[in-house]
Write a protein that binds this ligand. Structure first.
Ligand code: GLU
Ligand code: MG
Length: 447
């Protein structure tokens, strides 16, 4: 699809009026400027579509600059289309989209999240490693009502009645995702009210992050066509299951999996263990990138299967890192980070996980023993003895951890670290005491 003629033909065939140039900002809001197709040829090459540099200083609440971002109302950056990601939008006839890297003149812009992930992929390649990933999303469907959005259903985990009621919507979401090249692997109702999960196939790291943008856009866009609101907000209903976006990752060297030793089911390679140890070591700070909203921390609670402690386990849904249980002779193929949700910018989250893992690898960090059972059931002394820490309980704590994490700050680079932290701090200040209903109402509009 990198070819100009293919794109022009598709634009004509599908009667595309606008091509959305998409970026995802530091607040993880997906935004676009849509170029009229009659003018598209001037954007196929060259400079791209301009945006104000200040875009990377906007918190989730409103379009006003967060203080201390290092960005001002002056200055422009340019979105350059990655034409490999061009696709007509099944849920918005007459529109297509393309994902972009943001440039400052001829260089990738220091504040560009997608360019940050590209840098971390290159860093992994310097170690001879290829990273593969998938975001496994849970989301909630809500019906509009005069009293505000209401849960689509009140069914429990995997109840077939939920599948029946939501079938037209889930089928249409599946068709739309597959039309855009994602592969849907499964579909099941999750525990929470109107909650569903629709895992998609893993891909190389850049594609996996792109897929996360496409997934979120498509789920919301198709649900809207059915008169329903779909939302990825981590904790909509205070005492019900939250929405995770578990981040699955695996490593390869020269096309060969590095997860377990050849011919073994359980025995993780030394490299995989060190990578995981790096992720656990940096997890308190990483959370400012993988679970970055005030709401995220309402989800990360012991006994909600969301990974509230720095530990790992095989088939353990209370461990922050879970190695899925091998079955039927199939080995562990990937590792799942549960401390991740869809309020995270996927480029920043995945890039930071790679940086943390590579740090574990470079320093030969040791991974402790796997935890079987709920880490919340261990005594404080037992947890301390095993190096298991309770993760930050608020965005404020995670921000403080990131501010101290030289490795992650260095990976982001000083400009991006500064704008990102400014946005996080602005959100924390504005939302830390916000009543739950007000917070959810605001976030339902965004995620
Ligand atoms: N809903 C849980 C979460 O908040 C995850 C449940 C599961 O293991 O799929 O992450
Ligand atoms: Mg789930």
């Amino acid at each position: 699809m990198a070819f100009t003629n293919d794109i022009l033909n598709l634009i004509r065939e599908r009667d595309v009026r606008f091509v959305r140039f998409i970026w995802c900002d530091n607040a993880n809001v997906i935004r676009a400027k849509a170029v009229r197709t009659t003018f598209i040829e001037s954007y196929l090459h060259g400079e791209g579509v301009g945006i104000a540099a200040a875009q990377q200083a906007l918190p989730v609440m409103y379009d006003a600059l967060a203080p201390g971002s290092g960005l001002t109302p002056a200055g422009e950056a340019h979105m350059r289309a990655d034409w490999n990601t061009f696709a007509p939008l099944p849920y918005a006839p007459g529109h297509a989209r393309v994902l972009t890297d943001i440039y400052d003149g001829e260089q990738p812009w220091a504040h560009c999240p997608r360019s940050f992930l590209r840098r971390m992929i290159a860093r992994a390649a310097d170690h001879g490693l290829q990273v593969f990933a998938a975001f496994e999303n849970e989301f909630s469907l809500l019906r509009p009502s005069e009293h505000g959005p209401q849960p689509f259903d009140t069914t429990v985990f995997c109840q077939t009645w939920a599948l029946d009621q939501a079938a037209p919507i889930i089928n249409a979401i599946t068709d739309a995702l597959e039309a855009q090249g994602l592969q849907v692997e499964m579909n099941y109702p999750e525990s929470g009210p109107g909650q569903f999960e629709l895992p998609v196939r893993y891909a190389d790291a850049l594609r996996a992050a792109d897929n996360q943008i496409v997934f979120r856009e498509t789920v919301k866009g198709v649900a809207r066509q059915h008169g329903v609101l779909a939302s990825f907000v981590p904790k909509i209903y205070p005492d019900k299951a939250g929405n995770g976006a578990h981040l699955h990752f695996s490593l390869q060297r020269d096309g060969r999996s590095l997860v377990v030793e050849p011919g073994q089911l359980y025995q993780l390679t030394a490299e995989m263990r060190a990578f995981m140890a790096g992720v656990l070591h940096h997890l308190p700070a990483l959370m400012a990138l993988t679970t970055p909203s005030t709401n995220s921390f309402k989800r990360i609670r012991p006994r909600f299967w969301s990974g509230a402690y720095t530990c790992w386990g095989i088939g353990n849904r209370e461990a922050a890192l879970r190695a899925p249980q091998p079955s039927a002779g199939r080995p562990i193929t990937n590792i799942e980070l549960k401390t991740s949700d869809a309020t995270a910018n996927p480029y920043l989250a995945l890039g930071a996980v790679i940086a943390a893992g590579l740090d574990g690898l470079a320093k030969g960090m040791a991974l402790g023993d796997p935890v079987n059972g709920d880490p919340a059931d261990l005594s404080d002394e037992e947890r301390a003895a095993r190096g298991i820490r309770r993760l930050p309980a608020s965005l404020g704590e995670a921000i403080a951890a990131l501010e101290q994490d030289e490795l992650l700050l260095d990976a982001l680079g000083s400009d991006l670290a500064r704008s990102y932290l400014a946005v996080r701090r602005a959100e924390w200040e504005a939302m830390k005491d916000m009543p739950h209903e007000e917070e959810v109402r605001l976030l339902l509009e965004r995620y």
